[in-house]
Design a protein around this ligand. Sequence first.
Ligand SMILES: C[S@@+](CC[C@H](N)C(=O)[O-])C[C@H]1O[C@@H](n2cnc3c(N)ncnc32)[C@H](O)[C@@H]1O
Length: 370
Amino acid sequence: MFKHAIVYSNVWEDPELNRRSLMIKPEDSVLSITSGGCNSLNLLVEGPQKVVSIDGNPTQNYLLEYKIAAVKSFGYDDFLEALGVEFYNRPSKYSPEYRLELYDKLRHLLSAEAKNFWDDNRDIIKSGLIMCGKVEKFFTIYRKILMFLYGSKYSAIEKIFFCPDVGIQRKIYDNINFGRWHFLNWLFLNRSILSLVKGAHSFRHVDEKEFDKNLNRKVDRAMRNIDNRTNYFFSLILLGRFLSPKCLPPYLLKENFDKLKNNIDRIEVFQGISTDVLKKFGPESFNKFNMSNIFEWMEDDLFNNVMREFIALAKPGSRLCYRYTLARPRNLDAKNLEILIPEPELAAELFAIDRSFMYESFHVYRIDKK
Ligand SMILES: C[S@@+](CC[C@H](N)C(=O)[O-])C[C@H]1O[C@@H](n2cnc3c(N)ncnc32)[C@H](O)[C@@H]1O
């Protein structure tokens, strides 16, 4: 079930939705899915008492360990350099070997398993972690084909990142000749290709018609309504790097670096699933839950059983959020619905501002343990 390779080197889920739905307070204990590590670190910036970041794929946790060690070891500039953060039209002033020097400085902070992994993958460090996941490599191929298909006209696509306001952005976007772009979406967004990247199980609950035109609709919504100068998801995919030092996830922003560094000892990386977390931490150990889109592939029964484990882990009054990319939402059974109180208005309000265009739905619940 779980892969032993980096599938996601970034989290492609908008941290603003987590921030505004989970409403982190200083006394909070957060349980968060690791994936690329970004959203666990983004929640840490909010200043909770602790964040436990879990993943069933140990390699995702090695990536987060690396990011944590880089926060601990360096000042802001070297932190970005160690991760391979690059900005559009601003080449790094260092050679790629410099990243290996930084790795040698942070290496002692890693677990033995993470050390082994990164020692064997020094080439990834050299070329930069940010686009090293399978999903990110898929996006890089996508961007390169798009550039090839549009040739010199690709600059028309780049222009949509440099508009003075969303109205102009919408006009420029609507003027693009979409034929080749939509053809590429059709070619890339189908069950066979996506299964190669994320595993066939991820799409078990996706109807065939969802693949068709789904991506075009989602990209249109975000391109027409959300300012690309704030949308680092689009810039990573279409420009291959971050647009500017202001257009970054919260944990990479300069203004948050001191907070991140001060809080960094409050994050713990844990390998396993909810059952393992329950064994290790015991009932009622957390009150905020970021569950990514882990329910995407589960049958209703499994979904409800896993949810019961999260409920067991939750203190009264906890909050939790999760998403789906393509799949229909699973149904909560009556027993879980007695405890999980949905907040559909907040979820809809947040979904409307989702910068990460990929998701189909966002869900927010309060846990009401009588
Ligand atoms: C669900 S995937 C989705 C990634 C995400 N949409 C993103 O943009 O980063 C995130 C991570 O969850 C992990 N995962 C999936 N199901 C899990 C579970 N039940 N418990 C712990 N980790 C899980 C996967 O290994 C993967 O690294």
